[in-house]
Design a protein around this ligand. Structure first.
Ligand SMILES: [Zn+2]
Length: 74
């Protein structure tokens, strides 16, 4: 599964981010660790772990909007 780089900016967690921005995923709240890939969510302005970024990517349309279950155009 690809993570949409229009919606998420891939980064590597470093000490600066972990110390000054966040050290938990904005979605599942699990701890982020230095050196792991993290994704900045351009819609919600938060950092996500890889699993959450992938999960949200799957549910997003081209405009980076979350498609609600059961609704939408498809
Ligand atoms: Zn997460």
């Amino acid at each position: 599964m690809m993570i949409d780089d229009q919606c998420f900016v891939a980064q590597t967690a470093d000490a600066k981010i972990l110390l000054h921005v966040t050290n938990v995923c904005g979605e599942c709240y699990r701890d982020l660790h230095e050196g792991e890939p993290i994704y900045y969510d351009l819609q919600e302005y938060r950092y996500l772990c890889e699993a959450c970024a992938e999960g949200l990517s799957e549910r997003m349309n081209e405009a980076c909007e979350i498609e609600e279950e059961g609704g939408g155009l498809f």
